[in-house]
Design a protein around this ligand. Structure first.
Ligand SMILES: C[S@@+](CC[C@H](N)C(=O)[O-])C[C@H]1O[C@@H](n2cnc3c(N)ncnc32)[C@H](O)[C@@H]1O
Length: 381
């Protein structure tokens, strides 16, 4: 089954009807841990995600999946990010992972009739979900072709109530007022323009850089402060262009790429059996970012997953904390960094293993003098 006025290949034999695929899709999003109201589940079950990726996307194996392919619809209706544009090998636009979208939309506390500013229109799919929930959406994308394709997709899917604009989202939508801001690209901090355009008591949900990743914050405040936030969930968004990712004094180091950290040796053995699951490891990671400015992540030879690393200033050494609490270290200052890494583990354990959601964040105004941003600066549990 396809939407009225919109037609894509059926997905080939065995793909199942789109209605069935969407029903399974909603169940998958729930299983992956996203809280969903009946309204949000209905939005995921009715908005045709395939209408937003008609030029295809990058599959898990790196190949391009197109609407004519047998696996197209099953791949569209997986709880997976769909990368829709790459620059060389770097993804520069995508439809985000649906369970992450669901968690962010729940945190947005959206109600029908609310005016929403979205930064990062991408495919337009998230804007379509919000419009289906009754919001009036202004969505901005820095790439003109991406904004144009999002407009076309919204028309194709017959979604009303979304205005897509081309521009740097830093400025927001001057002269307009919003009840909510949602940012769907990784940023170093919040633009004061968004806070200025928010009604008093409004909420901004945004993935803000912390220790090399982008945990999602739900922030409130005025353009001239104070600005405070709760932590919603971990995320790994692509980074924004322009002043939204400006370097600043509170920033953690950029992640260490493969091949830069070599010669790391075990310093202390496992502390936890079984090892932390991925969520708890993220919680430890978050705490490490609060306590140590050099916390980020890095690829270490022999480890498939990226690890929590306290990176030295040379960016070639430091210490890594494994999910089982073991510590490896390397480089000229290995001993000092190993001590700090062991301290992170002990401190997090003796604090009762706080989840990232336990932290309350206070933001400070910094960034480029001509385009300041509010960035996380102090934390308390
Ligand atoms: C992960 S995608 C957004 C996903 C989208 N909300 C969806 O539903 O498909 C991130 C988008 O942010 C855009 N972007 C990057 N920097 C930006 C900026 N400074 N202002 C506005 N958009 C930006 C990129 O062009 C990209 O399309």
């Amino acid at each position: 089954m396809t939407e009225p006025g919109f037609s894509v290949p059926s997905g080939g034999p065995g793909a199942g009807s789109t209605t069935e695929l969407r029903a399974r899709f909603v169940e998958q999003i729930r299983r992956d841990g996203a809280p969903m109201s009946a309204e949000l589940a209905a939005a995921f079950a009715t908005v045709p995600r395939e209408a937003f990726v008609v030029e295809g996307f990058q599959g898990r194996d790196g190949g391009w999946v197109s609407p004519g392919d047998r696996d197209f619809l099953p791949a569209v209706y997986r709880d997976d990010v769909l990368v829709t544009k790459v620059d060389g090998r770097i993804p520069v636009s995508s439809s985000s992972q649906p369970s992450l979208m669901a968690i962010m939309l729940a945190a947005l506390e959206l109600r029908p009739g609310m005016r929403v500013l979205e930064i990062g229109a991408g495919t337009g799919y998230n804007a379509a979900l919000m419009a289906t929930l009754g919001a009036e959406v202004t969505s901005i994308d820095v790439q003109a072709d991406v904004a144009e394709r999002a407009r076309a997709a919204l028309l194709r899917a017959r979604i009303e109530g979304v205005r897509v604009e081309h521009g740097d989202g830093y400025a927001g939508a001057p002269g307009r007022r919003f009840d909510r801001v949602i940012v769907t690209v990784g940023v170093a901090g919040l633009s004061p323009h968004w806070l200025d355009q928010l009604e008093p008591g409004g909420l901004a949900v945004a993935p803000v850089e912390h220790a090399g990743t982008h945990p999602v914050l739900a922030a409130r405040g005025a353009a001239d402060g104070p600005v405070t936030a709760a932590v919603v969930c971990p995320s790994g968004f692509m980074s924004a262009a322009g002043p939204l990712t400006a370097d600043h004094p509170f920033a953690h180091p950029a992640p260490a790429t493969a091949g830069t950290l070599t010669g790391f040796e075990p310093v202390s053995g496992p502390r936890w059996a079984p090892a932390l699951d991925s969520m708890s490891y993220r919680d430890l990671w978050y705490a490490a970012g609060v306590w140590y400015r050099r916390a980020t992540h890095g690829a270490l030879p022999g480890f498939e997953q990226s690890l929590l690393v306290l990176l030295d200033e040379a960016r070639t050494g430091g210490a890594a904390v494994l999910p089982d609490g073991g510590v490896l270290a390397g480089g000229d200052e290995a001993a000092g960094y190993a001590h700090d890494a062991a301290d992170v583990v002990k401190r997090w354990e003796s604090a009762g293993r706080p989840p990232m959601q336990a932290w309350r964040v206070t933001l400070a105004l910094t960034g480029r003098p001509d385009a300041p941003i509010w960035v996380p600066a102090t934390w308390q549990i």
